[in-house]
Design a protein around this ligand. Structure first.
Ligand code: PEP
Ligand code: MG
Length: 574
């Protein structure tokens, strides 16, 4: 028996047998053609593009209800039909006399590498999408079929190096119950698809593929984030019982979504959902959430090749506000940086994009883009309860500068006679250490604060959130982080302003009792974690509160880990 620990992508408990899935990586040697062969190669290319389009179209049909899956596959279709890429490939075949496969290999690799070099997560995802379409197209061109997924048995768990979005959607079609992978991240497109298609999964499992053989008995524990290879009899028995318990809990939660979320001690907790893709817009209401605590509007750019107009944005924000009703939606203005928009707007290359012109800095530097968004948000505000917040705020001057642009937009709308909600609250994200340290001043002037722990942790600890080699340094519960959370919450309480936590910290089971114990009453979580977070909150009791009395978090990391992983464990552990 052997256990490997990793990262839960979608929770679940599955017992079965391993089936190794190979990586769809087709490398084509550069190969030349003669000018007489050009037309034949172009025909082969067009046929292959049509077949991939058909295949994606069939996936899309099969996924009629799965919103984010749709958006990702539609983005793949756009990439496949991208006229710029098509003309580069045609040019390579017609003028440089490269074979169609070699041209596809080279052109897609160059575009993907261009995105990868931008060194941020948004474009790393784009790069993965281009590689996925490239592999799909190459497998058609070279005539190699993905035989490896045929005849899937219901008790087989997929084991692979790193999933691609098209593999994940194939898993869903073949009813693969779960997968585990050696590499992957929580926010990759493959992981987003995994959650919306409801496939239990654990990733970031070091050495997985070298240690599992086809047919090995496997426990995929996507609750604690581990895979157990060749489990012994007592472990199998234990997991069999846990699986039953987990199933009945899920059934019970599905029956009672409507009650407001409260701790066992009766404290009301506003539990909201984060919204990334529009296609997930119905999920918060279905889950019974108290609205949308963070709508990441920059996702509107995913797979798009032009800036969204005011009218389009208005329609979208209006729909989001209407769907969130009677609850509120907190719309975050675009969290874009110069690098993230380079395909849409010429912006100077930055050495250090994460410390560069990002979030509100970018919006203030590009007032036309910002004003378009603010006008759209204001116009939509009469159709529901909208809060507007600004990302990457350094201090009060950022908030005042952004607010004055909102004021100007209000005046314009007044002059035009366009109605809007004059009381729409304006708030800031606390994700830069200076903002947390100046939380008092911000709380005095802003309508609300929302803590983005994903960035706050990376900036406080100087550890890139996307660099898995730095995981030991990226410690969400570091005392330095917790002290800033405590200070921010105290500032909000002092001025009577709501303070929520909307970073991934709030979605991670082990941190939920910690945040509740610290006194937070507003959490915004990713929809797939909603039920589990709610269940944990409902277990939090007076004993938990007592554990936190007088806790300043100025103690060392070891004491905090003892608190989280020992004393708080009964609250989040099944
Ligand atoms: C955060 O930084 O915690 C956050 C919610 O924003 P994002 O993950 O979109 O940067
Ligand atoms: Mg952030």
């Amino acid at each position: 028996m052997q256990t490997i620990n990793g990262l839960v992508i979608k929770s679940g408990l599955v017992l079965g047998r391993a089936r190794l899935v190979s990586q769809p990586s087709l490398e084509v040697a550069s190969s030349r053609i003669t000018s007489r062969e050009v037309n034949r190669e172009l025909r082969l290319l067009n046929d292959a593009v049509d077949r991939v389009a058909d295949d994606l179209g069939q996936h899309l049909q099969a996924l009629r209800d799965a919103g984010s899956a749709r958006e990702i596959l539609e983005a793949h279709l756009l990439i496949l039909r991208d006229p710029e890429i098509a003309s580069l490939i045609h040019e390579a075949v017609s003028n440089k006399l490269e074979s169609a496969a070699a041209a596809v290999q080279r052109v897609f690799s160059e575009v993907a590498a261009g995105f990868q070099n931008l060194d941020n997560e948004f474009y790393a995802q784009r790069s993965a999408d281009y590689r996925d379409v490239q592999q799909h197209l190459l497998s058609e061109l070279i005539g190699q079929k993905k035989a490896d997924l045929q005849d899937w048995q219901p008790d087989q768990i997929a084991v692979l190096k790193e999933p691609t979005p098209s593999q994940v959607s194939a898993f869903s079609r073949l009813k693969v119950p779960a997968y585990c992978s050696e590499q992957g991240s929580f926010t990759s497109h493959a992981s987003i698809l995994t959650r919306s298609l409801n496939i239990a999964a654990v990733t970031a499992l070091p050495g997985l593929c070298g240690q599992v053989r086809d047919g090995d008995a496997l426990i995929l524990d996507a609750i604690d984030g581990r895979v157990i290879i060749d489990p012994d009899q007592p472990t199998l028995l234990l997991y069999d019982q846990l699986r039953e318990k987990y199933r009945s809990q899920e059934e019970q939660e599905a029956r009672t979504p409507g009650e407001p979320t409260r701790t066992a001690g009766g404290r009301r907790i506003h539990l909201r959902c984060n919204l990334d893709l529009l296609s997930e817009i119905d999920r918060p209401a279905k889950l019974g959430a108290d609205g949308i605590g963070l709508y990441r509007t920059e996702f509107l750019y995913l797979g798009k090749d032009r800036l969204p107009s005011e009218e389009l944005q208005f329609e979208i924000y209006r729909e989001v506000a209407e769907k969130a009703a009677p609850h509120s939606v907190t719309i975050r203005s675009f969290d874009l940086g110069g690098d993230k928009l380079s395909h849409l707007i010429p912006a100077p290359q930055e050495e250090n994009p994460y410390l560069g012109c990002r979030g509100i800095r970018f919006s203030l530097a590009q007032p036309a883009i910002f004003r378009t968004q603010i006008r759209a948000v204001l116009k939509a505000s009469q159709f529901g309860r909208i809060n507007l917040m600004f990302p990457m705020v350094t201090d009060l001057k950022d908030f005042l500068a952004a607010s004055s642009i909102v004021d100007k937009c209000r005046q314009e709308l007044d002059a035009e006679g366009t109605p809007y909600d004059a009381e729409m609250p304006l708030g800031v994200m606390i994700e830069v250490p200076s903002a947390a340290l100046c939380a008092d001043e911000l709380a005095r002037h802003c309508g609300f604060l929302s803590i983005g722990t994903n960035d706050l942790v990376q900036y406080v600890l100087a550890a890139d959130r996307n660099n898995s080699a730095l995981t030991p340094y990226y410690v969400t519960h570091h005392p330095a982080v917790l002290q800033l959370l405590r200070q921010t919450l105290a500032a909000g309480l002092h001025y009577g302003k709501p303070v929520s936590v909307c970073g991934e910290m709030a979605s991670l089971p082990e941190y939920v009792p910690l945040l509740i114990g610290m006194g937070f009453t507003d959490l915004s979580v990713n929809p797939s974690s909603y039920r589990e977070c709610r269940r944990i909150i409902q277990r939090c009791d007076a004993e938990l509160d007592a554990l936190f009395a007088g806790q300043s978090f100025s103690c060392g990391l070891a004491a905090i880990e003892e608190l989280i992983y020992q004393r708080l464990k009964p609250y989040y552990h099944l």
